[in-house]
Design a protein around this ligand. Structure first.
Ligand code: SF4
Ligand code: SF4
Length: 326
């Protein structure tokens, strides 16, 4: 009997949404599951790290890893799965770019610990204790993973072979990616298993864009009722579509919500935030410094907007050190 390819599905610093997206493959998941041997998937089955450690290097055909690297256990497991796997797929925006929780890099580890365990108004912690990697309780030694200095995208810690972006990735791209791996029909290593063009190119609202957009005022989504056929930028609502990779199925746009950029930068672009800012600035119509000032004052939380999913892998984020042995 032909051996089935071994597959690991593992979460690092993740919310669980990426695992949900895999479960949402529904019947297709049964077909996939019958074609592979799942050796690790904490969401769905019991699994022991030691059983992975005992496998020869390269024994796992595919490791699907989601979540970013935030603590020492994430780092250890990312390195272990890299050693044991022929192919590592960075799955979801947290793995591909650092994801939404990568915004924590704007604060720093120590200030986060200070707020969460000491200063937050709902905390009662008279001794000011914070979690420690090793503690002794009633003579017993307890260990916890150690929080790292920064949030890292997966490829800042281990080499990654393929990327599947999205928060979470949509079912059609997931099934396409898994099928491509099982059938050996993969593009060159390093590719994103998603369309190369910007979201605007597949957005149904693109047709309503006038030849020239003049933004004289920024509006937040709750301040204006945008017609469901009209481009958000025409209404002055920030939409990251021009700088974001397409392939999401325009899910947010179809429920009248502007793109937040979860698919990361378009092919060949390193920094989605800078790319969007450049495109956006060319649409702003202001002739005086006061007009520019007044428009920009309505751009609330610009770094949160521009780097919502990509801070760790952006130009700003790369000021953080890449972990030494990538
Ligand atoms: S990419 Fe989105 S859905 Fe997946 S783990 Fe990160 S936050 Fe959750
Ligand atoms: S800016 Fe947003 S709404 Fe406008 S075409 Fe692009 S994706 Fe669609």
């Amino acid at each position: 009997m032909t051996k089935k390819p071994k597959v690991a599905i593992y979460w690092l610093g993740a919310c669980g949404g990426c695992d949900e997206a895999i479960v949402d493959l529904n019947e297709l998941l049964l077909d996939v599951a019958s074609a592979i041997e799942i050796v690790l998937w904490p969401l769905a089955m019991d699994g022991k790290y030691d059983s992975i450690k005992r496998l020869p290097d390269g024994a796992i055909a595919l490791s699907i890893i989601h979540g970013n690297v935030r603590n020492s256990e994430h780092e250890e497991m990312a390195r272990l799965l890299r050693a044991k796997s022929q192919i590592v797929l960075g799955f979801g925006s947290c793995a591909c770019f650092g994801g939404a929780t990568g915004l924590a890099n704007f604060c720093g580890r120590d200030s986060i610990m200070q707020w969460v365990y000491r200063d937050s108004p709902t905390v009662e912690n008279p001794k000011g204790e914070t979690p420690k990697p090793v503690s002794t309780v009633d003579g017993n030694t307890l260990t916890l993973p150690e929080i790292l200095d920064h949030v890292y995208a997966l490829n800042q810690v281990i080499p990654v072979d393929y990327y599947l972006p999205g928060c979470p990735p949509p079912p059609d791209l997931i099934s396409h990616a898994i099928t491509a791996v099982l059938e050996g029909k993969l593009p060159p290593r390093g590719a994103a298993l998603a369309p190369q063009k910007a979201l605007c190119e597949s957005c149904p609202r693109n047709e309503t864009k006038p030849p020239r957009i003049d933004i004289k005022e920024i509006k937040r989504p709750h301040e204006v009722e945008v017609d469901s056929h009209v481009c958000f930028l025409v209404e002055g609502v920030i939409c990251m579509g021009p700088a974001t990779r397409g392939g999401c199925g325009e899910t947010c746009l179809r429920i009248n919500t502007p793109c937040r950029g979860c698919f990361g930068p378009v092919e060949g672009v390193e920094d989605a935030g800078a790319k969007f800012l450049s495109a956006f600035a060319s649409l702003v119509r202001a002739t005086t410094d006061e007009q520019v000032q007044s428009i920009m004052e309505k751009f609330y939380d610009p770094v949160g907007y521009l780097y919502r999913f990509t801070q760790p892998s952006s130009t700003l984020g790369k000021r953080n050190k890449v972990r030494e042995t990538v």
